[in-house]
Ligand binder design. Structure first.
Ligand SMILES: [Zn+2]
Length: 349
């Protein structure tokens, strides 16, 4: 949905602003946010083109130069009796010539030389302005680099998200889930990752806790045979699985990860690939390929008594990363799978 800034012009800008009853609830909420602060972030992120001057806040908006005048001339703004007024309120037409008024500054204040010089500089800048027209002022949204300078709800949302100050402790779970959904892998793999993060995969300990009958001697991990199969054990602390993670880490040039917490482990790998400038959608691919391959292997061994070796598992992981990496688009057609094996980061970046 695109809301053109023409709608914005219908609003009375600045704190304590009023919104037309017919305006959408989006606008009402956004303007309400601005009214909590002494500055209005929406006004600060718009550039006003003054034509008749009636809709442009004189002090608060960006219209003459790259900054609002209240920031460029704070002392004059402070002493002015005319605050929260439009550009048109600061002067008038006389014999087809625009004349600026006193900007709300008393004459005796100009006796101070420094203040007088600043006032003179501001008046000089104003005298140079020559954009007067009979039509209404217009506004460009500069909150986001956009060629058409059109305001969209999405760009405003992004803008407020960047302003957001997070409350409370760092939330690992929000971050991990957010990154998981951004990873370019088939949807069923994202769903698998989600179940893994939530400990919802049917590992033997969970099946037992839900009343499923499992022979006591079958409760152990199918890889090492020494410990009960739990999510943490099977994916992270099992001695065999550790070996697999080590081999994969060695392949991409990553150091050791000893974190048995699922999300922390994921974020650790994610950060590593980010530092290596891997593409955004590929940051979680290796981690998900490793976890998924281990899970498929586990099911194969449990239900079909498949044979396995660490070497085979690692090869399966590498070929799965290769398959997912291109998502059906071969971008490096001159290279083979074996080139990829030698330099995975080159292809992922
Ligand atoms: Zn094990």
């Amino acid at each position: 949905m695109v809301i053109y800034l023409q709608t914005f012009m219908e609003l009375e800008l600045g704190s304590g602003c009023k919104v037309s009853l017919s305006c959408s609830f989006w606008w009402k909420d956004m303007v309400k946010i601005g009214s909590f602060s002494s500055c209005d972030p929406i006004v600060e992120n718009c550039r006003f083109s003054v034509h008749n001057g009636f809709n442009t806040p004189f002090w608060e908006s960006i219209w003459l130069d790259g900054k609002p005048l209240k920031e460029e001339f704070p002392d004059i703004f402070e002493k002015s009796r005319l605050k929260k007024v439009s550009v048109a309120s600061m002067g008038g037409w006389k014999e087809e010539r625009w004349l600026w008024g006193d900007l709300g500054i008393r004459e005796d204040m100009l006796e101070d030389d420094v203040f007088g010089a600043m006032y003179g500089a501001l008046k000089g800048r104003l005298e140079e302005f020559g954009g007067w027209k009979e039509e209404k002022d217009s506004v460009e949204w500069i909150g986001r680099t956009s060629a058409d300078k059109v305001f969209t709800v999405a760009s405003c949302y992004d803008f407020y998200m960047r302003l957001r100050i997070p409350f409370g402790p760092y939330n690992k779970s929000d971050e991990a889930f957010g990154l998981l959904w951004k990873t370019e892998v088939p949807f069923k793999i994202k769903a698998f990752g989600w179940r893994l993060f939530c400990n919802r995969l049917p590992t033997k300990d969970l099946l037992l806790s839900r009343g499923m009958s499992i022979p006591f001697d079958s409760l152990n991990c199918i890889l090492c045979g020494n410990c009960e199969e739990t999510m943490k054990h099977f994916f992270f602390s099992c001695s065999v699985v550790k070996k697999v993670w080590e081999e994969v880490a060695l392949w991409v040039g990553k150091g050791e990860t000893n974190d048995n917490d699922c999300m922390s482990n994921f974020l650790d790998w994610y950060c590593f690939f980010r530092l290596k400038k891997v593409k955004e959608g590929k940051l979680g691919v290796v981690w998900l390929a490793t976890s998924w391959t281990l899970w498929i292997l586990r099911n194969g061994v449990c239900f079909q008594e498949d044979k396995w070796s660490v070497n085979d598992i690692v090869w399966n992981i590498k070929s799965l990363v290769w398959k997912w990496m291109f998502c059906g688009k071969i971008t490096h057609s001159n290279f083979s799978f074996y080139d990829f094996i030698k330099e995975p980061l080159f292809f992922l970046s």
